[in-house]
Write a protein that binds this ligand. Structure first.
Ligand code: SF4
Length: 182
């Protein structure tokens, strides 16, 4: 049996002395959040299958502290949209986003979620950023699990470095207002 050592997160910048370590609370909260993300998979088609592979034993998203999937928006902080989103589905996606508590992040996984992909038709939403703000776009049709993991790692970087005040900032309020979200 192969014994794997647990992944130890690097400690943040701070002051180390004999028997003490001091740092900034923002950095500690950032590390905790980044390594305990609860994703909500909103999968409508083929890209969702790649996500299943990403959760499986070979790729194992659990290594990043993100194995606890949530199918309830109120208990999730990362919305992962995978697949073609029909215009009829757009209000549902937006409702799911609105039901998530702050702070929350969004990944558009694959060409369809990012831009409508090959479906340049009247019935398909040409990118989920038409209805909700997106933090990371993962290219590909479909993206491989490695790319999805790369997207999650990019989100981890954002989460780790986000200021605790960002969600109360004018800039963030403007972003939501541009989507007519209160
Ligand atoms: S991007 Fe490609 S693989 Fe992903 S849902 Fe669209 S058509 Fe399917």
């Amino acid at each position: 049996m192969i014994k794997q050592r647990p992944r130890v997160v690097e400690r943040p910048e701070g002051y180390v002395g004999e028997g003490f370590f001091a740092t900034n609370i923002e950095k500690v909260i950032g590390i905790a959040r980044a390594n305990s993300i609860w994703p909500l998979p909103f999968a409508t088609s083929c890209c969702g299958i790649e996500f299943m592979a990403t959760m499986g034993a070979n790729y194992d998203l659990a290594r990043f502290g993100a194995e606890r999937l949530s199918f309830s928006p109120r208990q999730a902080d990362l919305l992962m949209v995978m697949g073609t989103i029909a215009k009829k589905m757009a209000p549902v996606l937006r409702q799911v986003y609105e039901q998530m508590a702050e702070p929350k992040w969004v990944i558009a996984v694959g060409a369809c979620a990012s831009s409508g992909g090959i479906f340049d038709t009247y019935a398909v939403l040409q990118g989920i950023d038409k209805v909700i703000p997106v933090d990371v776009y993962v290219p590909g049709c479909p993206p491989r699990p490695e790319q999805i993991i790369d997207g999650v790692m990019k989100i981890q970087e954002l989460v780790k470095n986000e200021s605790l005040r960002r969600r109360q900032s004018e800039e963030y309020r403007h972003l939501l207002a541009s989507y007519k979200i209160d």
